[in-house]
Design a protein around this ligand. Sequence first.
Ligand SMILES: Nc1ncnc2c1ncn2[C@@H]1O[C@H](COP(=O)(O)OP(=O)(O)OP(=O)(O)O)[C@@H](O)[C@H]1O
Ligand SMILES: [Mg+2]
Length: 365
Amino acid sequence: MGFKCGIVGLPNVGKSTLFNALTKTAAAQAENYPFCTIEPNVGDVAIPEPRLKKLAEIAGSAEIIPSRIQFVDIAGLVKGASKGEGLGNQFLANIREVDVVVYVLRCFEDGDITHVEGRVDPVADFETVETELMLADLESLEKRRDNLAKKATGQDKAAKELLPLVDLALAELREGRPARAADVPQGHEKAWKGLQLLTQKPVLFVANVDEGSAATGNDFSERVKACAEKEHAAFVVISARIESEVATLDDDEAAEFLAELGLEEPGLNRLIRTGHELLGLQTYFTAGPKEARAWTIHKGDKAPEAAGVIHTDFEKKFIRAETISFDDYVTFNGEVGAKEAGKQRVEGKEYVVQDGDVMHFRTGG
Ligand SMILES: Nc1ncnc2c1ncn2[C@@H]1O[C@H](COP(=O)(O)OP(=O)(O)OP(=O)(O)O)[C@@H](O)[C@H]1O
Ligand SMILES: [Mg+2]
């Protein structure tokens, strides 16, 4: 499953710096001038999962394989972008493809780093960027509506379902609210998602603070936090500068550096986990002598769907799943101990997989 988080914001606010830290590369050019990024940079990021190390120790696994999530570093956008200002519409298609929008908001003062609006005001920056996305959604819906309304008068069932949803989104957007604020009628979630609107996606705010404020946040990030609460958005404080330094260190050095700054772990770990959470995802494990591995599934997925993430054949030929919770696996020191203690369950097709389950799938045919 390829899940994508898109990094979005005004030019020169630290998006590429954050992307490079996430991907531990210098793949994206990150320089002090606006519109440095034009083509989107795409990178795969391992999801930090401390439980994997524990499982590998117990199972004597030769290798640890985390699951991964994609980040896309998108070009900066400015006021008027939906009408072609700056790099114009080209970034919109890039945003359309992502599952979560990560707004990077500048929360640091630095006279040497150009701010396109000439002042630091992260909440106003968020409003500027989101307004462009709302205008783009409004325009695309208005274009589609006439045609859809015609179709809906005939036998077209899909059009009949879609038209009230389009009107629902239009009503929100015309009130100056993003489509995600709409109350979608039950049973129509799939058609709603199919509208593919930019402002429909879950949102995560990154307050990109100065190096001294990484552990505590600052006045700017406090304002972003209040705004995130109002918007029902997730929120993380990060200093992209620090993260880019941490990314170049080995594990021990990084831990020491972070401790000096009063941080327990890289801010990126919080960011990745929050993205994972926002996507409604969870993790199950497989563990053996060859590898300890994390697999990403949706919350609520049943055992055959979980098996299908390993191999589509596993889903089709699913018979049963032998399952041990992570806690039992650790308490009873692995599979054999858990089994002896009666903690290994045999689950069938209807089993809803729980976060942290350690699983073996039995397949037939
Ligand atoms: N937390 C921070 N503190 C101080 N400087 C920062 C911080 N984060 C990023 N910068 C600096 O801001 C400048 C712009 O960073 P970057 O190129 O990552 O921005 P961008 O958002 O990708 O810009 P563009 O939209 O033009 O591609 C760089 O000089 C970077 O070092
Ligand atoms: Mg950039």
